[in-house]
Each structure stands twice: as structure tokens, then as C-alpha cells.
Design a binder for this molecule. Sequence first.
Ligand SMILES: *[C@@H]1O[C@H](CO)[C@@H](O)[C@H](O)[C@H]1NC(C)=O
Length: 371
Amino acid sequence: MFSIWLLRGLLLGAIPVRSVWGGGSQLSPESSLIWGPGLRADVVLPARYFYIQAVDTAGRRFTSSPGENAFQVKITAPDEQFTRVGVQVLDRKDGSFVVRYRMYASYKNIRIEVKTKDNHVAKSPYILKGPVYHENCDCPQEDSKVWVEEMSCSHTIPQIQKDLANFPTVDPDKIAKEIPERFGQRQSLCHYTIKDNKVYIKTYGEHVGFRIFMDAILLSLTRKVTMPDVEFFVNLGDWPLEKKKTTQNLHPIFSWCGSTESKDIVMPTYDLTDSVLETMGRVSLDMMSVQANTGPPWEEKNSTAFWRGRDSRKERLELVKLSRRYPDIIDAALTNFFFFKHDESLYGPIVKHISFFDFFKVRHQLLFILF
Ligand SMILES: *[C@@H]1O[C@H](CO)[C@@H](O)[C@H](O)[C@H]1NC(C)=O
């Protein structure tokens, strides 16, 4: 039996032996597990998601992939002729999968079917009793406490709590005057006001293009939940602003960056929030697709230290020189020259960019953390 499967695997080529057998075990539709927020109508996300864990007939969890196409997922709105929804099944190669779907319309109900071959998996089909809203629906939950519960948000987030502890009270009128006076000339800042669940903004500084990322997350939030009236400042720059040594008269500023020497309140950076909002849309690099593109197993990853980038610092040029001297240890090359003169005899030719996922083919990446 085994040899027949082996032969078939080899003949078909595309099916590796391990995929068919999952290390010698048989996939069980009933014992496999399905869970996650994407099975609940009230969890409104840009892309909804849930997990599948493959379990074998002996009740053991798979720890390697049972095959990329082991599970088939179908999502439909039973009351409609067409369902505008995109579905992706991401193989995490550890026996589990992430299924995500992006809805392009709201529906009364949604039916999620997960099958392996022709058998329903776990408690499939799952019926989400709606309304099931899509990301762009302006359909806020009026009670923000209910929303926090529905979304299973953590009750505390230690880092935010710690950053906020510097500001036991805030006088909005005072900071509305003082923060622009202190930083408004030379930095890029936004003063946001949320009132009656509408977002208002006043910008300071010349380069405020990055406000679009903050606007986007606030607008997404106000579509999901009626936000309390609130005012705050956001720093759009690449470095923290509040660097006073004392704790006297600190100014509360939300930033995408921080340090142990600064008092900015750090929030998730714009490319993270953007990739979440645009999941399965404009963006292909998000925290979930990374889970399905981790490259070869560790033993098979290339152990030459790896770096790609542009010439934005002298140290980078030095690294490229080192790489040319010790190519067996370091593979470092420049993808662009902008700041320095390109001397090909010193730094070699400019190389093409590589795919983000190709970085997972190597064991060691060299990073520059310099200011
Ligand atoms: C590892 O990568 C380097 C260049 O980055 C290459 O020269 C070398 O052949 C690779 N090693 C293996 C084992 O593939």
C-alpha cells in the first residue's frame, strides 16, 4: 500500500509523499478542529479569518502539512444569487491553516463550508446569522463596551498602559495650544478630534502625506463602533518627539516610533495598520501571508548572512565591501545608489530587488539599526 502511494506521489510529481501521508497518518474530517473570530458574524474585520488544525484518525494533531489543498472552503450567502467574497486558505506547514475571507458587500447570513475531499470538517457548515457587515459598511455598534467584548480585545495592553501612565490627566485646551507651539513649525503633526463619531483633523508642518494611514484606521474604526469623543495628537515623523528628561509638563503625542529615552505613546506603525486594512486587496504582504511563506525548513535554509538595500549610510557601503571580500560568509549587495557615487569596482553592480518572501530562504539577515 505504502509503495503504491509512494509511486503515485512520484508519478504525479506535484504531490510530495509527506503531503499524502502527513507523516504516516490519515486525515480525519470529524476530529480536525476549526475555530476563530471569522466564524462569528459580529466580529467585523477588513478580512475575517479562522483556523483549521488537521487531526488524524488516531486523534493526533498533524505537525506538518497534510497537503496544501487538504481542505476546501466555500463561502456563500444563502439568500443571494451571488456572493461577493474572496477566500484564501494559507498553509502554515505545521498542520494548521489560516482561512481568510474578504467580503465586498454585507449579507443577511453567511454559510461557511469546510470540506476535505467530500466530507464536512469539524462542525461544518457554519452559519453566521447576520447581519454580516463588510469592511466598508458604515454600520457602527453603538455601545463601545459591547464592541470591545465582541472583538475579544485584551482588557489591558501593558505597553500602551505604561506609555499612558505618564499622563494621568490631560487638559485638551492646553495641549491644543502648547504642542503646535513646541513642534508645529518643524515637525509633521496631526491634531485629531473625534466628535459624534466623525473624524476631524488639523495638520501642522509641511509633509503631512502620511496622515492618510491614520485617517484610514480611524475611519475604519468609526465604521465599526461609535467612538467616544476624543482629541489627540499624532506624530507623522520617523522619530519620537517628547524627549524631556523630567516628568513635568510632558506632552502626550501618539507616535509610530519610540525609545526608552522618549515619552511618546507608541502605537502600531502605519505599514502594519495599512496591511491589515488592505489585506487581500491592495497589499499582499501582511502578517498572515507571512505565516504561509516561511520558506524551506531551517536545515535547508542558506546560512550565508544576507543583506539587500540602498546606499543610505556609509556603513552599508562598508558591508558590501566586506561581502566582496568574504563572499562565503556575507551576501550583501546594493539595489540602488542615491546618496553616494556608484563606484562599480568597489561596490559591484547594482542588483535587482528580491521578493519579500525570498528573505525567508536564508537563516541570517543583517540589519542596520543606526540613527
Ligand atoms: C547560499 O547563498 C549564496 C549567496 O547568497 C550562494 O553563493 C551559495 O551557493 C548558497 N549556498 C547554497 C548551499 O545554496
